[in-house]
Design a protein around this ligand. Structure first.
Ligand code: DGY
Length: 321
């Protein structure tokens, strides 16, 4: 019935909840169908799926054949965020669909939060804050914390964000900055390890800034945690699944490592009860890139990708293969 009107504006299916993002002019240029309850009966998709030419998605939304089958004319998937670990890249490529993400605009913001979370975790700042709020300061001083200075730090995922973290850490008196990966990067002054296990034995701070997805799932297991040692600190701003959940909980509980700072979880927004019960873990609700300025820049880049695509200029920031 409204085909005539829709023909003027490309139809965009919005799979990601963008309420947290400053939501701008996208509605002027596109016909936006807001529908992100993929598990609910999708009469709407059966009715309108064939009209959809673009999609707005988040890394947290699984996009695979189940939904793509209902969208035969989909051309472009614009992801909010740099990570796209729940996007079935093979299914997308097979159908000739272009996927975009929002790299670069969030790099420095995530790096700031990573270093902040590291210091908060080592110096036990949230615990100290709770000490005040619970009225305990007058009764007993807050116990002394460990230090960051003098530690060897290892970064897993020395990409844009990992490098921005390393750059910041050069301003702290850590004893060494290391990274691991199959290949040594020629242009960085940090110590290279081929293998995470080898690196874990050498460091006491492990920072995770690598992509999620099947290739990195469970990379940090009980063995890696044990190698970090009882002084070990782990900070994860990547994806929850990069760490084996039960191994981490056991390591924190048994003192196999000292503490963890986590901005990401295995099944967000669920936070394991076992972690909530522990005092040596600092928990953040996936806010790495969540400043007003950076979120505005992310939505801007997402929109610009859609505009560019439908104006025939190609995607601005397609995801890497
Ligand atoms: C990202 O950029 O991948 C974040 O996790 C989502 O904002």
């Amino acid at each position: 019935t409204n085909n005539g009107r829709l023909a003027d504006k490309p139809v965009i299916l919005q799979m990601a909840e963008l309420a947290r993002f400053p939501y701008r002019s996208i509605g002027d240029r596109f016909e936006v169908i807001r529908y992100w309850q993929i598990d609910e009966p999708n009469a709407m998709l059966a009715r309108d799926g064939a009209k959809v030419r673009g999609m707005i998605a988040a890394g947290s939304q699984r996009i695979d054949d189940v939904i793509l089958d209902k969208l035969p004319n989909l051309e472009v998937i614009a992801n909010i965020g740099v990570g796209y670990d729940r996007l079935d890249i093979e299914a997308v490529a097979r159908r000739g669909i272009i996927a975009t993400n929002t790299p670069d605009v969030l790099t420095e913001e995530v790096a700031d939060l990573t270093v902040g979370l590291l210091i908060a975790t080592v110096r036990r700042m949230p615990q100290a804050e709770r000490h005040i709020r619970e009225g305990r300061w007058a009764k007993s001083p807050f116990p002394n914390s460990p230090s960051l200075r003098g530690r060897s730090v290892g970064i897993v995922g020395l990409g844009r964000i990992g490098k921005a973290v390393a750059r910041r850490l050069q301003g702290f008196e850590v004893s060494e900055i290391c990274y691991c990966g199959r290949t040594r990067q020629a242009d960085v002054p940090y110590r290279h390890f081929k293998d995470i296990r080898e690196m874990a034995a050498h460091i006491s701070v492990l920072i995770l800034t690598l992509p999620g997805g099947p290739e990195t799932k469970g990379l940090v297991d009980a063995d890696v945690l044990a190698k970090l040692g009882s002084d070990g600190i782990i900070v994860n701003v990547a994806r929850g699944a990069v760490i084996e959940k039960d191994a981490l909980i056991a390591a924190l509980r048994d003192g196999a490592i000292l503490a963890a700072g986590l901005d990401v979880f295995w099944n967000e927004p669920e936070v394991p009860q076992e972690l909530l019960a522990l005092d040596n873990v600092v928990l953040l609700p996936h806010v790495g890139s969540a400043s007003q300025k950076t979120r505005a820049e992310m939505i801007e880049l997402l929109q610009d990708n859609l505009f560019a695509w439908f104006e025939g200029r190609g995607p601005l920031t397609p995801v890497a293969e």
